[in-house]
Design a binder for this molecule. Structure first.
Ligand code: NDP
Length: 478
C-alpha cells in the first residue's frame, strides 16, 4: 500500500465468521507475509524488501469493542485474557508520511496488554476514539478492533515520505512513546507532550502482530548480538527503569545510593536492579519466592527480601494500614544494609505505598510509575514532610532515554530478561501468566520469527558478553 488518505477500515474478519472476501484476503495476507519472512531470512537487500508488496491484511492479536462488557461484575483476578485476546487477520492501515511499515519478528507481553485484555481500569477503545478525533491520520486508529502490544523487534519494510533516518532492511527495536512532534509541548521532555501516548495501548496497530505501523521516532537499532525475541522484550520495561533510576527526570541515582526495589525479578524491577548495580548503587530486591530470590542473586543482587516468607501485612484490613508492619520492613532493610534506602522503586501501589514512603531515607525519593494493586493509595504524610522525602512520578521514557537504554543493551551492559517464549497464537496464555504473576522478567512472543534463537548477527560479541548472562532468566523459566 502506498501513502494515501487515511481510511477508517472495518476489520477484515467481522463476526460471526469470515466472509469469502475476508477468507481470500486472509490467504493473500498469509502468502505475502511468508514472502516477506523468506526474504528477511535469506538476507534480502533493503531494495528487495522495499519491492515486496505490503499485504492488505495481517495477523494480529486484538481485543474487540463489542466484548468490552464481557466481564461486568467479575473480579479482576478471574478475568482470563485468553477469552478476550483474539488472533486473526486485520486490515492493513495506510502509512502516514512519518511512519514505517515494520515486519514484526517478535514482541513481548507488558502489563498494559493485561490491562487492555481485562478492560481495566477502562476499555482502551476510548483512547483510540480520542486519537481518532485528532487528525486524518489519527482517524485510522479508531476501529472496532484494538491491536495490542508495546514492544517489537523487526525489519523496516517501507518508509513514509517524511522518514529520513531509516530505510527498508534496517533491523530495529521499537520503543512505545508515541508523540506528535508538531506539538510544542513535545519539545522539552516528550513525556510531557499533551498528546503523548503509549503505542499499542493508547494507539492501535501494536506490536503483537506480524506487521505494524510505527512512527520513525520510535525506532532504535536492534542489538546485533541478541535474537529477535531477546531484542523485542526490552524496550518498554528497560526504558521505564532507566528513567526511574538513572534519568534526572526521576531517580537520578548517585553512586552509593541504596535502592529498595519492589518486584525485583519482574519486568521493570529486573532492569532496575541492573541499573542500580551498574551505577554503583546497592539494590535491596523484594520478591515473593525462594526461586525468585535465587534468580535475583544470579543477577548480582546480594540483598534480597522474600516478602511472602516475611509475611508483611501492611493493611490490617481493607481500610487500615499497620504502621508496625512498615517498621518491620524498615528493620529488615536496615538489617541487610545498615541504613534506609535513598530511593524506593515503587509500582505495586495501594498494597505497598504506605510502607514505601515510610522506609525511604530522610530526604529520599519514592519513584512511582504504576499501581498494580490499586491506584487509590494511602500513606502517612507526616513521614513524608517531616523527613523531607519526595514522591516522584515517572512514566515510560522520552526518545533520548529509550535510546540510551537500548544502547546499554547493545553494549552488553544490560541483559535482556526473557524468561518464557510463546507463539503469537498463544498470546492469551502469555498474558495470563503475567496477569497471575507467574512469570519472571519478560514473556516473549514470536510473531513472524518461526522459532527461537534466530536473528543473531554478532555471535562473537554475544560470546564476549556471555551466554550465561544473556540467558539467565530464560534458563530459569524453561
Ligand atoms: P511484572 O508482573 O513483570 O512484575 C511486577 C512484580 O511486582 C511482580 O514480579 C511481583 O513480584 C511484584 N508485585 C506484584 N504485586 C505486588 C504486590 N501487591 N506487592 C508487592 N509486590 C508485588 O510487571 P512489570 O514489572 O512489567 O510492571 C509492573 C507495573 O508497572 C504494572 O502495573 C505495569 O503496568 C507498570 N508499568 C508502568 C510503566 C510506565 O511507563 N508507567 C511501564 C512498565 C510497567 P513478587 O511477587 O516476586 O514480589
Amino acid at each position: 500500500m502506498e501513502d494515501g488518505a487515511a481510511r477508517n477500515v472495518a476489520p477484515v474478519h467481522p463476526r460471526p465468521g469470515p466472509t469469502p472476501k475476508a477468507a481470500r484476503e486472509r490467504r493473500v495476507g498469509c502468502r505475502a507475509m511468508q514472502e516477506i519472512l523468506q526474504a528477511i531470512r535469506s538476507g534480502a537487500s533493503g531494495d528487495d524488501l522495499a519491492a515486496l508488496s505490503i499485504p492488505e491484511s495481517y495477523r494480529a492479536a486484538f481485543v474487540r469493542r463489542d466484548e468490552t462488557g464481557m466481564w461486568d461484575g467479575v473480579e479482576s483476578t478471574d478475568k482470563d485474557p485468553r477469552k478476550s485476546l483474539h488472533v486473526d487477520e486485520v486490515a492493513t492501515p495506510d502509512l502516514a508520511p512519518d511512519e514505517v511499515y515494520l515486519a514484526v519478528m517478535a514482541s513481548a507481553i507488558n502489563f498494559n496488554t493485561v490491562w487492555t485484555s481485562i478492560f481495566e481500569p477502562l476499555p482502551t477503545f476510548g483512547f483510540l476514539d480520542r486519537l481518532g478525533r485528532e487528525s486524518v491520520w489519527g482517524a485510522r486508529h479508531a476501529r472496532d478492533t484494538h491491536v495490542v502490544g508495546s514492544d517489537a523487534s523487526g525489519v523496516v519494510l517501507r518508509v513514509g515520505s517524511a522518514v529520513r533516518n531509516w530505510k527498508p532492511g534496517d533491523k530495529v527495536t521499537v520503543h512505545c512513546n508515541h508523540v506528535d512532534d508538531q506539538d510544542p509541548t513535545a519539545h522539552d521532555d516528550s513525556m510531557l507532550a499533551t498528546n503523548q501516548r503509549i503505542w499499542g495501548f493508547e494507539t492501535n496497530f501494536g506490536g503483537l502482530a506480524d506487521l505494524s505501523v510505527v512512527k520513525a521516532n520510535q525506532l532504535m537499532p536492534k542489538p546485533a548480538h541478541l535474537t529477535w525475541e531477546e531484542s523485542a522484550c526490552n524496550a518498554l520495561c528497560n526504558s521505564t527503569a532507566y528513567r526511574m533510576i538513572v534519568s534526572s527526570h526521576a531517580g537520578a541515582m548517585k553512586q552509593g545510593d541504596a535502592v529498595l526495589i519492589w518486584g525485583a525479578s519482574g519486568g521493570i524491577g529486573g532492569y532496575a536492579t541492573q541499573y542500580v548495580l551498574n551505577g554503583g548503587g546497592t539494590p535491596v530486591g523484594v520478591v515473593s519466592s525462594p526461586e525468585r530470590a535465587e534468580l535475583l542473586r544470579g543477577l548480582g543482587c546480594e540483598h534480597v527480601i522474600d516478602r511472602r516468607e516475611a509475611g508483611y501485612k501492611f493493611w490490617a484490613d481493607e481500610n487500615t494500614q499497620d504502621e508496625k508492619e512498615w517498621r518491620r520492613l524498615g528493620k529488615d532493610v536496615r538489617a541487610l544494609i545498615g541504613r534506609d534506602p535513598e530511593i524506593v522503586f515503587e509500582h505495586p501501589g495501594r498494597s505497598t505505598m504506605g510502607a514505601s514512603v515510610f522506609v525511604a531515607a530522610r530526604g529520599g525519593k519514592v519513584v512511582t510509575c504504576a499501581a498494580t494493586s490499586g491506584y487509590l493509595i494511602e500513606y502517612d504524610n507526616r513521614h513524608l514532610w517531616m523527613k523531607l522525602k519526595s514522591i516522584v512520578s515517572s512514566h515510560f521514557a522520552n526518545y533520548r532515554e529509550a535510546w540510551a537504554a537500548n544502547r546499554l543493551i547493545s553494549e552488553g551492559k544490560i541483559q535482556p530478561l526473557l524468561s518464557r517464549v510463546h507463539p503469537l497464537t498463544e498470546v492469551g496464555d502469555a498474558a495470563l501468566a503475567v496477569h497471575r504473576n507467574e512469570a519472571e522478567g519478560k514473556v516473549g512472543v514470536l510473531c513472524l520469527a518461526p522459532e527461537e534463537g534466530l536473528g543473531i548477527d554478532d555471535a562473537e560479541f554475544r560470546e564476549q558478553v556471555g551466554e550465561d548472562r544473556i540467558t539467565l532468566f530464560r534458563r530459569h523459566g524453561s
